[in-house]
Every structure is written in C-alpha cells, then in structure tokens.
Design a protein around this ligand. Structure first.
Ligand SMILES: Cc1ncc(COP(=O)(O)O)c(C=O)c1O
Length: 285
C-alpha cells in the first residue's frame, strides 16, 4: 500500500521512486532520521522529536531543512493528507546526492523525506505481558546520541533477539555496563528506584525516556541515572524499555531468566499508566 510522502518540499506517495542511487543516505548512511507517533492525527511530542533531529543534523554538519514552524506546517499538511488517524511518521534527512566519494562537496543540498505509516501499537494484553529480551555486545559507533540511519549493528542485534524468540536486544558496553535497547531505552527497577544510563554519546536521548524521567520526578519515584552493571541485571525487581512505538513496555525475561515474578511489576505499572495518560493528553491538546 502506498503512503503519503513529503519529498524535498512537495507531496507525492511512497509509490514514486524519489531517491537517486548516489544519495549519501543510501551510499554512506550519511543521514539522520526521526520517528514520531500520531493519535487522532495529533502528533505526539513533535517538538521534542524536531529538536533531536536538529541537534543530530548539526552534529554531523548537515543543514537543517526546516525551522520549527515550517516543520510543524509540513507535518500538519502530511497528517491532513493521511487517510488513517493513528500511526507513525518517519523522517529522514540525508546530506544529499553527489558523485560517490567519501569527501563531500561543500555546497550540498540535503535530501529530506517524511511519510506517514499505519502502525499497530501494543494492546493492553501485550502491555501487561511484556517482552523477552536478550543481551548482546554493543557494536555501534561512538555517536549513538545522533539518530543516524547507520543501523546495521542495531539490526543485527535485533535479528539475534528474534532468533532467540525475544523482542529486543539490550546492548552492553565492553566493560560490562547496560546501555540501552537496539531500538529503545532501558530502565531497571530496584528497591523502588529507577535506574537508567546517563545521557552520554553512547546512547540515544530517548524522547519517551525523557518524559518518563519527568513523570517519575513528579510522582516521587527516585531515579538514578547511572550505568548499571551487567551482573545487576539478574537481581532486579522489575525492568522495562521505553520507545515511541512501544511506550513503556515491561520486560518479563532477560536472557531466559525471569525478572521479578515474571508479571508486570508495581513501579512499571505506575510509570506505564502515567505515560499513557500523558500521551492521551498530548493527543487531545
Ligand atoms: C537506540 C535507540 N534508543 C532509544 C530509542 C527510544 O527513543 P524514543 O523514546 O525517542 O523513541 C530508540 C528509538 O528508536 C532507539 O533506536
């Protein structure tokens, strides 16, 4: 099925083959992407996603093709043209198209795309049941704070998880610390406290992670932003991942070992409720 596509300032559909073979996003993974969710055609946490995109592009020296208001306007029109109410929007900005060479010309025009896509968000049963995860070494590059579309290491880790009948791979640093999921942020719960990796270049600053930290603060759930040791993983009360598409998702097993009593824990349930409520508010504001 074709989806509505915005490509460098005009609307078309994903049926049109818009990208050139020498686009640097295709040739070098020289691009930054974003994914946000919309409910009842309302974008959720749009500006947070835009700011992360902006920061990522600035970090790798790609000009940002929108300012805040032209971005909002593009997305408003994209969602107006979309035929379904709930889904995700995928955005990618590459350095642009040029004859293939590692050095890029100084005057490049970025290639920017945005398209909407229907998405099956987790239902109540899945949100209660949670997911199984595996751990695996982190083979990604040093700037995971940039949402680069160089996702090979993430994709290999996810495939490894799938082959082990798990849903997510949690990546570990060489010195044995728990960083994040291949496509999610990771939270542990121990003695009523949340533990999550501090914001550093080796993790993505998750939009949901950030919201969850704010919610925890207002709900007086203590948070430790510190690297968790791999050994601590097997002595946790609860664990969950967060992401735009999964929201707050409990973890029932890590590497085949049951976490807590295998059911969604109290703290995870509370954080999930608070986050779902916040999302509902965002969709009705
Ligand atoms: C590596 C990684 N970490 C964390 C996240 C969660 O980020 P967000 O909450 O902004 O969806 C993602 C989402 O794609 C991701 O790819």
């Amino acid at each position: 099925m074709s989806d509505v596509l915005w490509f460098n300032g005009r609307f078309t559909t994903t049926d049109e083959r818009v990208l050139g073979v020498e686009d640097r996003g295709f040739q070098f993974g020289d691009a930054v992407y974003e994914v946000f969710k919309f409910l009842r055609k309302r974008p959720i946490f749009l500006l947070e996603h835009f700011r992360r995109l902006q920061q990522g592009l600035q970090k790798i020296e790609i000009p940002v093709p929108w300012d805040e208001s032209s971005f909002q306007e593009t997305i408003r029109e994209l969602l107006d043209r979309t035929s379904f109410a709930d889904g995700i929007v995928y955005i990618q900005v590459s350095r642009g198209e040029a004859q293939r060479a590692h050095f890029w010309p100084d005057d490049m025009t970025p290639t920017a795309i945005a398209y909407s896509r229907a998405f099956k968000f987790p239902d109540a049963a899945k949100k209660e049941r949670g997911i199984r995860v595996i751990t695996t070494p982190d083979h990604r590059w040093h700037y995971c704070s940039v949402k680069s579309n160089n996702l090979l290491a993430n994709a290999l880790a996810k495939k490894q998880a799938q082959r082990a009948t798990a849903d997510e791979a949690i990546v570990l640093s060489d010195d044995g610390f728990v960083r994040e999921g291949a496509s999610s942020s990771f939270f542990a719960v121990k003695n009523g406290r949340l533990v999550t990796y501090p914001l550093q270049d080796c993790i993505l600053p998750g939009v949901v992670r950030d919201r969850v930290l704010d919610l925890a603060l207002s709900a007086r759930i203590p948070v430790d932003e510190r690297p968790l040791r791999e050994a601590e993983l097997f002595d946790l009360d609860e664990a969950f991942i967060t992401s735009t598409t999964q929201g707050v998702m409990p973890i029932s097993e890590i590497d085949g070992r049951i976490i807590g009593n295998s059911r969604r824990g109290e703290v995870t349930t509370r954080v999930q409720e608070l986050f779902d409520e916040l999302e509902r508010e965002a969709a009705s504001s």
